[in-house]
Design a binder for this molecule. Structure first.
Ligand code: MG
Length: 381
């Protein structure tokens, strides 16, 4: 039985995680749940999974929550609440699925308390990949990927060392604007929020859906892969694969390429991370390759999607630049969602903020957070 702390239980990944927990009652036990502001949903989840502790962002929401839950459920709040949950003695693994930078401190706290972590929040490895992986090695804990691409690479690598890898191949669906004849660069100015929210193969949260349309999501994943698998940025590649059946691949030094395939369903990588190293039976994901018929591949178009080159630059320079890349994008996506900037201005904003940044090498966590705040205010202005 794996005892799980789930940070970010009411979001898209959180809800998929609870589906997996429902599928595997004898294998997975939810010991704690944290949510941002959705008290009603957290009450429902607590009634079903009976965690020993819950946490929510604001103190007001916490007292509301306390009045609606049995006295045996401990209620916490704020950043401290997340740390309390992440270090619970009753937990084996902490799954972090909080959007934004709020997952960083709990991730490090969990590692230092000797817990394995399952990472769904991209910011953790993008901003502080070097620190997080060094701490994990020091404390002998696993950093498990929940993202479909990184789970695929993890499964394909199967414990092989970085020396045996020629390239990691992250697959990208290409997003809703992949088709160059339908969406030439001249039409990018006119892209609406509604256009950008129509993802062809995955149903996901709003921020990540926009990031899939700009390919920033793939850029963030390149940087994550670099740290997670200890592979230089020059060996992290992207190939567009519109069917999203191959979730990613590893090309080994002998030229052999190993891929992981399935119908797109986040429950699969979540289950693998939570039950690792076991493979546990589940009927949820079924894949009929003959129904797909064709699996196709294209080179990514970095002219229409400059985010990939920006990510490569951020990953190669390292230091505080990946944090800046991430934070500026978050602000720009928010502005696009609020109809304040156009679609191409997302990338333009991030480029300008990166150009202005004085990178700090081998930064402390505090310096990373300072760079994050700097990038947010610079992007806003
Ligand atoms: Mg992904």
């Amino acid at each position: 039985m794996k005892r799980i702390v789930l940070l970010g239980s009411t979001g898209s990944i959180g809800q998929s995680t609870l589906k997996v927990a429902r599928d595997l009652p004898g294998k997975i036990q939810i010991v704690a749940l944290a949510a941002g502001s959705n008290v009603d949903e957290l009450v429902n989840q607590s009634n079903e999974f009976k965690p020993i502790a819950v946490s929510i962002a604001s103190p007001e929401a916490a007292s509301n929550l306390q009045s609606r839950l049995p006295d045996t459920t401990r209620v916490h709040c704020g950043a401290e609440g997340l740390i309390t949950l992440a270090t619970l003695p009753e937990a084996d693994i902490v799954l972090i699925a909080i959007v934004g930078t709020a997952g960083l401190q709990p991730a490090l706290a969990a590692i230092r308390a000797g817990k394995d972590i399952a990472v769904a929040s991209k910011e953790i490895l993008v901003m502080a990949g070097e620190t997080v992986m060094a701490e994990a090695r020091k404390h002998g804990v696993n950093v498990l990927a929940v993202d479909s691409e990184h789970s695929a690479i993890f499964q394909c690598l199967d414990g092989k060392s970085p020396n045996s890898v020629r390239n990691l191949w992250l697959t990208a669906s290409g997003g809703p604007f992949r088709d160059k004849s339908q969406w030439p660069i001249e039409k990018f100015e006119a892209i609406t929020l509604e256009n950008a929210l129509k993802h062809p193969s995955w149903v996901m949260g709003r921020k990540i859906t926009i990031d899939s349309a700009t390919l920033f999501n793939k850029g963030l994943e390149m940087i994550e892969a670099r740290w997670l698998f200890d592979i230089g940025m020059d060996r992290v590649q992207v190939v567009v694969h519109p069917q999203s059946v191959i979730h990613s691949m590893v090309e080994f030094v002998d030229g052999s390429i190993i891929a992981q395939l399935s119908t797109p369903d986040m429950c699969l990588p979540i289950q693998y991370a939570l039950t690792y190293p076991e493979r546990v039976g589940s009927d949820r994901v079924q894949t009929s390759l003959s129904k797909y018929g064709n699996l196709t591949f294209e080179e990514p178009d970095t002219e229409r999607f400059p985010a990939l080159n920006l990510a490569r630059r951020a990953g190669e320079v390292g230091g505080t630049l990946p944090a800046v890349f991430n934070a500026a994008n978050e602000v720009a996506v928010e502005a696009f969602c609020n109809h304040r900037i156009t679609f191409p201005q997302i990338t333009k904003t991030v480029t300008r903020v990166m150009d202005c940044h004085q990178t700090v090498n081998q930064p402390s966590l505090e310096q990373i957070l300072v760079a994050d705040r700097w990038a947010r205010s610079t992007a806003s202005s």
